[in-house]
Ligand binder design. Structure first.
Ligand code: NCD
Ligand code: ZN
Length: 348
């Protein structure tokens, strides 16, 4: 029997669109299903000023002629960021948030923050002006094991920042641990979290057992199964502090499949069918709309979308392209490793 599911058109609250030929190749993959996305600023060089965000937004729109897609821009916080420029860009509607990368934590994060004391005044000005802060929550201390970096970040960095700047709205990006889920649940106001599609599906065994799988390597790295289950529990719980941010992060196959492969899973092409499958397995299809279309918009104070997206459940498993060919090279689409029966049948 064919079943259909019609949702408010979803938003992606954490997305990498890149630039140039890669942007041209992969932007339609998101715009097909999603109305809006929070666009990460980790280009080379990073998007630091309001003017740069405005120019990047134009390049994104130019890559999507005729689409109704709205990119929600972010600025990359550096120790030299100009608080007045951030606030003016926010007031002008040029940016939606600011992204904090600990220096060296992930792809193109070399210009990030080394000492949080150096951005304290900027964070205070953002709190005052109501500019949200998106946080990549991993410490970079080489003495801390990579699987512990998120949990340690909460105690060493995130909680002190939130205590020092109580009015600041913070989104903990791509949470991967039960520790982060518990921390977000413990906060009464001003703290939300994005959860990716792939962290609901893979644990570290998928990455490492039976051979190393470069297309499952991302940052923060997938953790053990108990953590995946905590993320799944949060996603299907209906808790409005948790919402979708795919962290779809394209790299060419050449950059992934080599001796020092880049971090990032590319899920833009099949995220909605994968999430429908995951939520159906949890008997939580009625919670999918909140997770993909309501909680994030409400948290950011954005109007909910008026359009819809319809998914249809097929009796036979559906297939997706294995890779997207771009002018920068092929990009492999995330393979969940299980049969998927849902497909997007209409977006409007
Ligand atoms: C992202 C990228 O490639 O830009 N990679 C990733 O593994 N998620 C950076 C990031 O969000 O950490
Ligand atoms: Zn990211």
């Amino acid at each position: 029997m064919t079943r259909t599911l019609t949702l408010t058109r979803p938003d992606d609250f954490h997305l990498h669109l890149r630039d140039g030929a890669m942007l041209q190749g992969i932007a339609p993959e998101t715009a097909r299903d999603f109305a809006r996305a929070i666009i990460m600023p980790n280009l080379v060089p990073p998007v630091v000023t309001g003017a740069q965000a405005g120019a990047y937004r134009e390049r994104i729109m130019a890559a999507l002629p005729g689409s109704g897609f709205t990119p929600l821009m972010t600025l990359y916080l550096t120790e030299a960021s100009d608080a007045a420029d951030i606030i003016a860009a926010h007031r002008a509607g040029l940016i939606t948030a600011v992204k904090l990368y600990p220096a060296g934590a992930t792809t193109n994060s070399g210009s990030g923050v080394s000492s949080f004391e150096n951005v304290r005044a900027t964070l205070e000005a953002m709190a005052e002006a109501g500019v949200p802060l998106c946080v990549h929550g991993e410490v970079t201390d080489p003495a801390v094991d990579i699987f512990d970096r998120e949990a340690v970040f909460i105690d060493r960095v995130l909680d002190p920042i939130r205590r020092a700047t109580p009015g600041l709205t913070v989104i903990m990006e791509h949470v991967t641990t039960a520790d982060a889920v518990a921390y977000v649940q413990s906060a009464t106001t001003g703290l939300g979290a994005t959860i990716t599609t792939h962290h609901l599906i893979i644990n570290r065994n998928h990455l490492l057992v039976g051979g190393i799988r470069p297309h499952y390597y991302c940052l923060p790295v997938a953790k053990r199964e108990s953590h995946r289950l905590a993320l799944l529990g949060a996603a299907v719980s209906g808790d409005r502090r948790f919402f979708l941010g795919t962290d779809s992060a394209p790299h060419t196959d050449e950059a992934k499949e080599c001796a020092c492969g880049c971090a990032g899973c590319f899920t833009a092409t099949n995220t909605m069918p994968l999430l429908a499958e995951v939520f159906e397995r949890e008997n939580a299809l009625d919670r999918l709309e909140g997770f993909v279309a309501h909680h994030g918009a409400d948290f950011y104070g954005l109007k909910r979308n008026t359009g819809t997206l319809t998914l249809t459940r097929q009796d036979q498993p559906v297939t997706f392209p294995a890779r997207i060919e771009t002018g920068a090279g092929p990009v492999t689409v995330f393979d969940p490793g299980f049969a998927v029966h849902w497909q997007v049948s209409r977006a409007g």
